[in-house]
Ligand binder design. Structure first.
Ligand code: SIN
Length: 425
């Protein structure tokens, strides 16, 4: 049995990048999404921290740009950083319009009465201002749920769950090799029937996430196996910066905990990294101490562990009000309790773990790759935003901005492409 499914846009992956692209592209054509497990299963779903955006009057685009460039250790593309940072507030508004309920805090009037609510802004490593828009510590779930609801309601979008992309279909496989490869779609394994289906499209979008599962210890879900990057590599598309794998400083260290992140937002609210003897050590490593960029904190922990021979370090936020902690970090509080760790009283054992693939399929400002009709968005892409080390909470933001731009670019390509398979001479 040979099955062939055709649409204008083929989106591989169903995290924030893929779903946002699909919703926008569906305004100008038919969209097929394939995803290797359930539609929500993605790194996005597990994102805790939030989305970085200049929001408060005390903040500025210049400051967010500088923090991104500093974290990226001189290897970011400045024009991309500028574009993404300035595009953030509009993208946040779009998510709010879609129904994402970000956490809010009351603004008090001079007489002490509560006048209205405003978005609560968190802080994370490398940020000089509070600018992390979040939904408690379950930001990814809040965003993914809203996007999935919108996708399910869109008649122009069809989702194929439990379908794994195997390889890209290229012009040169059927016609003749050329300097610039053209992509026609993807061969896809339907896990339930065991058949390989042919998905053809005028534009193919890799929103397949990163490759964290290459590492034994990672914060990533099992689906983060880098297959989109590998497929692009196999057709000769440009890949860049794969050596820059970001290690998150604080994954829960417990024999029964699998890939559970202790968000950097805890350090944003005052948590302090300590060695077993209770000594805080980050000030010895960087002037920003516990809120230094992520690569610096992860290396500092590694240094301390090698020096002491211990298995982990500890995060201490027990000095904060217990009610505040339960309200701000309900997920982390609940999950740690499963392992008999009460974050309101106990030290939290943590270690660094592979967290984010800064490199990926190289794209231009519109998410277009070096192959015609192939786009990459989100962690699968290397847009130039992150350089050698991504600034915290810039990843969901990057996916939103590039999904929007790529959808416009790809819509033009689709409009000007009369047939998925060009006439073969
Ligand atoms: C975190 O919550 O610490 C992770 C945020 C991110 O990876 O940007």
């Amino acid at each position: 049995m040979h099955l062939e499914i055709k649409s204008d846009f083929l989106v591989i992956g169903s995290g924030i990048g893929g779903l946002t692209f699909a919703l926008k592209a569906a305004k100008s054509g038919t969209v097929t999404i394939i995803t290797k497990r359930g539609v929500s299963e993605s790194a996005t779903f597990y994102a805790q921290g939030g989305i970085a955006s200049v929001w408060s009057k005390e903040d500025s685009f210049e400051s967010h740009i500088k923090d991104t460039l500093d974290a990226g250790a001189g290897l970011c593309r400045k024009d991309i950083v500028d574009m993404v940072v300035r595009g953030a507030p509009e993208r946040i508004q779009e998510l709010i319009s879609l129904g994402v309920e970000f956490s809010k805090r009351p603004i008090s009037a001079a007489n002490g009465n509560i006048e209205e609510l405003e978005l609560d802004l968190g802080k994370e490593g490398g940020h000089s201002k509070r600018r992390i828009i979040h939904a408690t510590d379950l930001t990814g779930k809040a965003v993914e749920d809203a996007l999935v609801n919108a996708v399910n309601a869109d008649p122009n979008i069809t989702v194929y769950e439990n379908h794994i992309a195997v390889d890209l279909i290229t012009h040169s496989k059927f016609v003749a090799p050329s300097d610039k490869e053209m992509v026609w779609g993807s061969y896809v394994l339907d896990k339930s029937s065991g058949t390989v289906k042919t998905f053809l499209a005028k534009a193919t979008i890799l929103a397949t996430g990163g490759a964290g599962k290459v590492y034994l210890f990672t914060s990533n879900p099992d689906v983060a196996t880098g297959d989109g990057i590998a497929m692009a590599y196999r057709i000769g598309a440009d890949i860049a910066n794969m050596e820059f794998i970001q290690f998150h400083p604080t994954c829960l260290y417990h024999s029964k905990a699998k890939s559970f992140l202790i968000s950097e937002a805890l350090r944003g609210e005052g948590a302090v990294l300590k060695t077993k003897d209770g000594g805080a050590f980050m000030r010895r490593h960087h002037p920003m101490a516990d809120l230094a960029p992520r690569d610096i904190v992860a290396r500092a922990i590694d240094f301390e562990l090698k020096k002491s021979g211990d298995d982990c370090v500890f995060l201490d936020i027990s000095h904060k009000n217990a009610a505040f902690l339960k309200d701000r970090f309900p997920n982390i509080h609940r999950k740690c309790l499963e392992f008999n760790i009460d974050i309101t009283k106990d030290l939290i054992p943590v270690v660094p773990a592979a967290h984010y693939t800064c490199g990926g399929v190289r794209t231009d400002r519109d998410g277009a790759t070096s192959a015609t009709r192939l786009y990459a968005i989100g962690e699968a892409a290397c847009t130039g935003l992150h350089g050698a080390n991504r600034l915290a909470s810039n990843s969901l933001l990057e996916a939103l901005v590039f999904a929007g731009r790529a959808s416009l670019h790809a819509a033009e390509v689709v409009k000007n492409t009369s047939s998925i398979i060009p006439s073969i001479p």
